[in-house]
Write a protein that binds this ligand. Structure first.
Ligand code: NAD
Length: 433
């Protein structure tokens, strides 16, 4: 099949390369000419494990190409995928300007029947707005389908190539059949394709992210209660997770969720409910708890150092919003850095891939290091923000030697408090004595 994918971010690039790998002819389009120029030179604008190899092999085989010319990409395509951003507008709702502008460009470029597929996360009713926008500028027949994407950054290829489920929202028979055959190679072992109407498909994505965010905020609430009561949230988490009705995944307390999806999707779901004249009361609390949780490590530092952070040096390990990505959008580390700087602390940091993004944002105000131990050198405390693999078993002896004082704030509960205290560290975790 011939595909055009609009937007070459985390979703568009992974989807474009993934579809090409199954033999389709894919043109990835972006309005960002610099991004396209880099991709044509074989450089990836984002970090996602394994994506460089997939892009390189499919480009070399001629199945994957990059362009800024929407009209050329859409001409003759059977499937046109919208994978542009849907950031938060000032009122928290999803800003659909990129999606609708992409839809209008598609409408002007259509030369024959195609199904226009929305992979961007969009509020209920967007499929109708896309249909109207395209219909205003073309007489060529077309169909619209909602196909929310569930991949997670850091493991995006695996999620895309072996999806848990493929949700397709469309009432158009030809669109359904086209997408069934596009996705058939991804679900050969069993049929995990779910067909429904577009509104339900759009809501499925928000409800899924809202549920995942709820589990995180719930556990952060429980962790804070553990702190008050002297219980260990890690024991509580394991005890809960063994119940198959609850399940062990996504029960990890920490310093709050971040990234380009959960925060904006939770806010957009709240705005959708409000516009529909109702409320998602649980989700309102989920958002509040998450905002509070981003400050939990700095609160613990202030409690430990007795409100004397001015002039103290704090080292941060892991700055991306989660391991395996260079994405720092809404990362809790950003809130921590802002607050530490406002308290007068000196901030040093290290991230395996996100140093460049943090440098662009904070400049000289944060000293960034390629080596984790160099970042910790001379610091009064080390805070672990993101649990990259390389931080799981560090050389604690070496760490103790480089730190000015052996104080650790473990924002992801990855280290053993007993072991660290045995080695002479002062250890603080989240919800554990
Ligand atoms: P991104 O910001 O990384 O990329 C979006 C790209 O779209 C940018 O390169 C931008 O230049 C381009 N663009 C904007 N307008 C365009 C137009 N008219 N034509 C062509 N290109 C255009 O975004 P992302 O993280 O890939 O997310 C895209 C969508 O997918 C969002 O709605 C997001 O919520 C959703 N989503 C993201 C993830 C994720 O993990 N990142 C997962 C599932 C769903």
């Amino acid at each position: 099949m011939r595909l055009a994918v609009l937007g070459t971010g985390y979703v568009g690039l992974v989807a474009g390369a993934g579809f090409a790998d199954f033999g389709n002819e894919v043109t990835c389009v972006d309005v960002d000419a610099d991004k396209i120029a880099r991709l044509r030179r074989g450089e990836l604008p984002i970090y996602e494990p394994g994506l460089d190899r997939l892009v390189a092999t499919n480009s070399a085989d001629g199945r994957l190409s990059f362009s800024t010319d929407i009209a050329e990409a859409v001409r003759g395509a059977d499937v046109v995928i919208i994978a542009v951003g849907t950031p938060s507008a000032a009122d928290g709702s999803a800003d659909l300007s990129y999606v609708l502008s992409a839809a209008e460009s598609i409408g002007r470029a259509l030369t024959g029947w195609a199904v226009i597929v929305t992979k961007s996360t969009v509020p209920v009713g967007t499929a109708d707005r896309i249909r109207q926008t395209i219909g205003r500028v073309t007489d060529v027949p077309f169909a619209v389908a909602s196909n929310p994407e569930f991949l997670k950054e850091g493991d995006a290829l695996n999620d895309f190539m072996k999806p848990d489920r493929i949700v397709i929202g469309s009432d158009d028979g030809r669109a359904r059949e086209t997408l069934r055959s596009l996705y058939a190679p991804f679900v050969r072992t069993n049929d995990r394709m779910l067909f429904m109407d577009a509104r339900s498909a759009e809501l499925t994505k928000y409800a899924s992210n809202a549920m995942l965010a709820t589990r995180i905020s719930f556990m952060n609430d429980v962790a804070n209660l553990c702190d008050r009561l002297g219980a260990d949230v890690e024991a509580v988490r394991r005890g809960m997770g063994m119940d198959p009705r609850i399940g062990a995944k996504f029960l990890f307390p920490g310093i709050g969720y971040g990234g380009s999806c959960f925060p904006k999707d939770v806010k957009a779901a709240l705005a959708t409910a409000q516009a529909a004249g109702t409320q998602l009361e649980i989700l309102e609390a989920v958002h509040r708890v998450n905002e509070r949780q981003k400050g939990v490590l700095v609160d613990k530092m202030i409690a430990h150092f007795g409100a004397r952070l001015r002039g103290r040096t704090v080292a941060l390990w892991g700055l991306a919003f989660k391991p395996g990505t260079d994405d720092t959008r809404e990362a809790p580390s950003l809130v921590m850095i802002d607050r530490l700087l406002a308290e007068g602390a000196i901030v040093r940091g290290h991230d395996p891939v996100a140093n460049g993004v943090i440098r662009a944002r904070f400049g000289e105000r944060v000293a960034l290091f390629d080596n984790a131990y160099d970042a910790a050198r001379g610091a009064d405390a080390l805070a672990l923000c993101t649990e990259w693999h390389e931080f799981r078993r560090p050389n604690f002896q070496r760490l103790k030697e480089v730190l000015a004082s052996p104080v650790i704030f473990d924002g992801r509960n990855i280290w053993d408090p007993t072991e660290l205290r045995g080695q002479g560290f002062v250890y603080f975790g989240i919800g554990r004595p």
